[in-house]
Design a protein around this ligand. Structure first.
Ligand code: NAD
Length: 471
């Protein structure tokens, strides 16, 4: 741990009583300029990497306690994901920080122009509960890479992970520049009163609006990583066995509590039966005959959400699942056939282990159904037909598109991740995160030795015609 350079020492820094105190502390640090150097940024990324490696057992245990997340999922989607994000950022950071030279027009000669990425200042990161480690620390990686101070507010709905983040961060990172405040609505509301330089929020749309409203008081820019209903389309040309295997993997990871999980499937009539059979087979292969007894199958975050999910099932035809274990807070993988498009199941984001399957003669018939609704965070299509692939990619606006797989775009740090419209604003991961939390400052440097008088008054006809030639 590095020594704190502000007046508040490292111990006090982890015990702020108010958002104002925490903001002031970080602002004082930022003003010293210490977070700007590449050396400081790299040292913090290394420290975070060390934390993730050395504390991986404790982190996995906390994720299991909060969400029943098995070790493989905890590694794949949280710890390992963050380590690879840090590795990529580390490898490219010095290049991203370099000034980018651009051309200078004749009128401004002699001179040179370039852009530099400067840190924004103090960033508030508000995390969500479903990937409580990843969604708090991935924005933190971007913020540190860009040379900012950060306040992390993990989700109170994943209390074990939140408490561990709060405990571990001060032991590894520079306490004068990175701090953690725990809490729920009240703590977040208090933090939102402060004049942050950027607010990075992950969560639902309703709180997203609250965040944006609060940010407007200080003209603070926001990144909103929201959710919505991500459709998954299956065309007649798809390899149905592979399609089913990948849908089961992506839908029921974390018991369906993934913002980019397929929310519902639309399948062409001619392959519907084959798909349903394959989904059933894959569910058994991946989760066994009794998924509720499988310790690799995650739980629902709390009883309120379990009740919400149970409520969606009323009046629908279940193809599979529907069983609930209230004690363990688990719902079995559930498939609903052809639900009413106006039911809450098809209106609200499911965010749980229920997969509605809708049938259509041709996928193109269902395009208006998708495009008339809010733009999704992710769009999935399974097809072997490149014409269908191109048509869907261009017809539907979505945060990200993945053809013939689920969620795999997340493994590529070269692909910015974020929503569009109601699924969010602003993207991150890799360079996109660095850019998002930097300000690109335009710089022009002129010389004294040539001073064309035509731009100065008194103006005359010949000056105007000369200027017109150069502009
Ligand atoms: P959540 O309950 O964890 O809330 C997110 C944050 O908002 C928490 O830190 C919480 O303290 C704070 N909060 C809650 N109520 C508040 C209030 N009234 N005022 C101020 N702050 C408040 O998250 P959630 O909303 O239940 O998360 C689920 C949603 O998040 C889903 O819609 C999902 O799709 C979306 N999500 C999106 C992404 C993404 O990367 N785009 C990732 C995960 C989840």
């Amino acid at each position: 741990m590095q020594a704190a350079s502000s007046s508040i020492d490292a111990h006090d820094a982890s015990d702020f009583l108010s958002g104002h105190q925490a903001h002031q502390h970080l602002q004082t640090t930022f003003a010293t300029g210490k977070t700007r150097s590449a050396a400081w940024r790299l040292s913090q990324l290394d420290a975070l990497s060390r934390l993730l490696n050395e504390q991986s057992d404790a982190l996995q245990a906390a994720l299991y306690e909060d969400l029943g997340k098995c070790k493989t999922e905890a590694w794949l989607a949280e710890i390992g994901f963050l380590l690879s994000d840090i590795k990529h950022t580390r490898a490219h950071l010095k290049r991203w920080m370099k000034p980018r030279k651009v051309s200078t027009p004749l009128l401004a000669q002699p001179g040179k122009s370039y852009q530099i990425a400067e840190p924004l200042g103090c960033i508030l990161v508000i995390g969500a509960w479903n990937y409580p480690l990843q969604l708090t620390l991935a924005p933190c990686i971007a913020a540190l890479a860009a040379g900012n101070c950060v306040l992390l507010k993990p989700s109170e709905l994943a209390p074990a992970t939140s408490a561990l983040i709060k405990k571990l961060i001060p032991n590894y990172l520079d306490n004068s520049a990175i701090t953690v405040i725990e809490g729920g609505k009240e703590a977040t509301s208090d933090l939102l009163t402060q004049p942050w330089d950027h607010i990075f929020y992950t969560g639902g749309e309703q709180v997203g609006r609250i965040v944006m409203r609060a940010a407007s008081d200080h003209l603070t820019p926001v990144t909103l990583e929201l959710g919505g209903k991500s459709p998954c389309l299956v065309d007649r040309s798809a390899d149905i066995d592979v399609t089913a295997r990948r849908i089961v993997w992506g839908k029921w990871m974390n018991a369906g509590q993934t913002c980019i999980a397929p929310d519902y499937v639309i399948v062409e009539e001619s392959v519907k039966e084959a798909l349903l059979k394959a989904l059933k087979r894959e569910l058994k292969a991946q989760y066994g005959k009794q998924p509720l007894q499988n310790s690799d199958y995650g739980k629902i975050i709390n009883a309120r959400h379990l009740q919400r999910l149970q409520g969606y099932l009323a009046g629908h035809t279940l193809f599979r699942g529907g069983q609930v274990d209230e004690q363990q807070c688990k719902m079995a993988p559930t498939i609903v056939l052809d639900p009413d498009p106006d039911s809450p199941l098809m209106r609200e984001e499911i965010f749980g282990p229920i997969l509605p399957v809708l049938t259509t003669c041709q996928l193109s018939d269902r395009l208006p159904f998708i495009t008339s609704r809010p733009k999704p965070l992710a769009l999935y299509l399974f097809t072997n037909d490149t014409r269908v692939e191109q048509k869907i990619i261009h017809a539907i606006s979505a945060g990200s598109v993945c053809i013939n797989d689920i969620m795999m775009f997340m493994t590529n740090p070269e692909l910015p991740f974020g929503g569009v419209g109601h699924s969010g604003m602003g993207s991150y991961h890799g360079k996109a995160g660095f850019d998002r939390l930097s300000h690109v400052k335009s710089v022009m440097v002129k010389k004294f030795w040539l001073d064309v008088k035509a731009r100065y008054g008194p103006f005359s006809g010949w000056k105007l015609s000369l200027l017109k030639r150069f502009l």
